[in-house]
Design a binder for this molecule. Sequence first.
Ligand SMILES: [Zn+2]
Length: 100
Amino acid sequence: MHDLDIKYTHRLSSDESSGCPYCDTFISGHKLDKAINHLISAHEGRLLHIGSEYNGTDDRGHTVHFTVAMLAFSTVPPEKSPYQGPRIRFTVAEDGREIT
Ligand SMILES: [Zn+2]
């Protein structure tokens, strides 16, 4: 069925947003199609399954489902280091002035 040597699988859900496991692209759960396209085209992912996931009922008694997708990859994503973005440091003097 799949000739891919699967080393890693990744689950996407229409209810969850996260970062791409392979790069810094943000993946919005509301744009599940774009997330799937990104993982396939940018990282050679293979779509294994797509379907719905039952998530109980809302406060009006309506059944809630999310769409979930499972993708497979032949490589394990790199370890991501903790956020290393810009850091802002400032000191506030006792009188409330910002003195950097
Ligand atoms: Zn990516």
